[in-house]
Ligand binder design. Sequence first.
Ligand SMILES: [Zn+2]
Length: 212
Amino acid sequence: MKCSDGTLYTGITSSLERRISEHNRGIGSRYTYTRRPVKYLYSERQPDRSCATRREREIKKLSPKRKMDIVCGRKVVIKPRKEKEVKKPYGKFVTAVNCMDGRVQQPVINFLKGKYGADYVDMITAPGPNRILGAGKNKRKKTAIRKCVEISVKKHGSELVAVFGHYDCAGNPAGEKLQRRHLKSALKTIRSWKLGAVLKAFWIDRNWQVRE
Ligand SMILES: [Zn+2]
């Protein structure tokens, strides 16, 4: 549509007539409210709502000149955005979701290198991550961990995600029994992220030994 100030407006609707009338009655959008009357220029039919949304986004990115090219039936070539190639770094990565506690960093790295032949351990730390993922209600904290795990799996090609709980944890002061239960449900949470990696949970005891 062309607005009264000469700018172009792009939108989607299931009823063109109704939508134009809404815009002209000032209930269409904030943008057109102050730019009335609007004039119909051009429309395209799309098979469904998601196609329509995609096409709308595509058109909205164009310059006014190119938008007018479409209106006038001139050919507008829209280049698809090139996917950036992600090169996987060399070496075997595994992922640890570990506490930020300084006492459990080296034990976890040594354990994962020894048991799983990892060259590198992507260490994702939070205070008591087994509680955050297994019993916590804070969605933001979970999402923060999830984003890191996803980078490790997708960009580094990690095929193992291991969650740890430990003795004398300030972030998760529960005893071993309850913490092990947190570990179990933390695995459930991570499984729901559908990463395709092997998931494991471990307990680090009072001698800083990693146990199954
Ligand atoms: Zn801790």
